[in-house]
Design a protein around this ligand. Structure first.
Ligand code: HEC
Ligand code: HEC
Ligand code: HEC
Ligand code: HEC
Ligand code: HEC
Length: 180
């Protein structure tokens, strides 16, 4: 009798330890994957948003498609050279940039916030409604390497759409608005 309850208890403790261990492993995995999703991806050149922002260059000067189309657009090497054929030409990163230009080779920038291809998103209606770049992308102008400010999932889109004026919510929460 005595023996039985003792081994019952030690079995119970063993399962408790295994259970707590599993919870800890899951929590750590979730935290690590979130941190990886919010990290800056490695880029082919050390492009710094902060330095360009400090020089007073507007977001829309480089991402000029945002006002009129679905995408914001990443500037071409030609656009960089509009300034860097005369600015900071002796710095190693600009020598490297000039190499891409001379070889007529595009720079393969890695996406910071990759998006699902079954989702329809367009910059144009958001800028028309005066939603700022920073509202969605965070303070990119203070970042050296651009990193995601948040995970742009469906809950994030809907949180904001559901806060819009009542007469618009029906249209903005319609599945077909984002899943055409
Ligand atoms: C001098 C040109 C230039 C200016 C000015 C500029 N950007 Fe960029 N931006 C780039 C380049 C090049 C990339 C791609 C490399 C990278 O991700 O850092 C980029 C990438 C981004 C990305 C990541 C997109 C993705 O998902 O891959 C965001 C967001 C962004 N810029 C927002 C902004 C905002 C907001 C501003 C104004 C505060 C701004 N940019 C100003 C050139 C510029
Ligand atoms: C309502 C939220 C929102 C606002 C406001 C917004 N963006 Fe975006 N942006 C996104 C989302 C979501 C994506 C990814 C969607 C995709 O790739 O289809 C994205 C992608 C980008 C990209 C990379 C892909 C591309 O479209 O070229 C750049 C660069 C960018 N945004 C810059 C900007 C700049 C600069 C501004 C301000 C002028 C801005 N965004 C305003 C949500 C926003
Ligand atoms: C409108 C002008 C302009 C454009 C367009 C522009 N830059 Fe710049 N860039 C600057 C200025 C100004 C600085 C700061 C120079 C300084 O520190 O004296 C700078 C600095 C840099 C630096 C840091 C150089 C160093 O090591 O000190 C890099 C790298 C760079 N730019 C890359 C790029 C790339 C890549 C593009 C295109 C995606 C680009 N720039 C587009 C004006 C521009
Ligand atoms: C910070 C607020 C905010 C966030 C975040 C946001 N939106 Fe919007 N969205 C708006 C506003 C405001 C409008 C314009 C409403 C109007 O027409 O006046 C809009 C309009 C749209 C439209 C056009 C709808 C139509 O029928 O005119 C689409 C599509 C859209 N958003 C998709 C998305 C997707 C996809 C995401 C997430 C990746 C997203 N939005 C995130 C605020 C936001
Ligand atoms: C404002 C934009 C928006 C609206 C409205 C919207 N979705 Fe989404 N949906 C997204 C985005 C962005 C994603 C991809 C990111 C993610 O996985 O959450 C997504 C992903 C999904 C997925 C895939 C989930 C997954 O985990 O892969 C399904 C299914 C889906 N949506 C169904 C719906 C249905 C049904 C409705 C209408 C009740 C709806 N959505 C309305 C933006 C929207």
């Amino acid at each position: 009798m005595k023996d039985d309850s003792g081994s019952d208890r030690s079995r119970w403790i063993r399962w408790l330890v295994i259970g707590v261990g599993l919870v800890v492993v899951v929590v750590i995995a979730v935290l690590l994957s979130r941190r990886a999703a919010l990290a800056a991806p490695p880029q082919p050149l050390p492009f710094s948003h902060r330095r360009h922002d400090q020089s007073g260059i507007q977001c829309l000067y480089c991402h000029s498609d945002a006002l009129r189309s679905d995408i914001a657009g990443i500037p071409s090497v030609q656009k960089c050279m509009g300034c860097h054929s005369s600015i900071a030409t002796d710095r190693p990163a600009i020598v490297e940039l000039t190499g891409y230009w001379e070889r007529q080779e595009p720079i393969l920038w890695q996406r910071v916030s990759p998006s699902a291809d079954f989702v329809f998103f367009s910059h144009q209606p958001h800028l028309a409604a005066a939603v700022s770049c920073e509202t969605c992308h965070g303070d990119v102008g203070s970042m050296d390497a651009a990193r995601p400010a948040t995970i742009m999932d469906m809950g994030w889109c809907l949180d904001c759409h559901l806060q819009q004026p009542a007469e618009k919510v029906g249209r903005l929460a319609d599945c077909m608005a984002c899943h055409k």
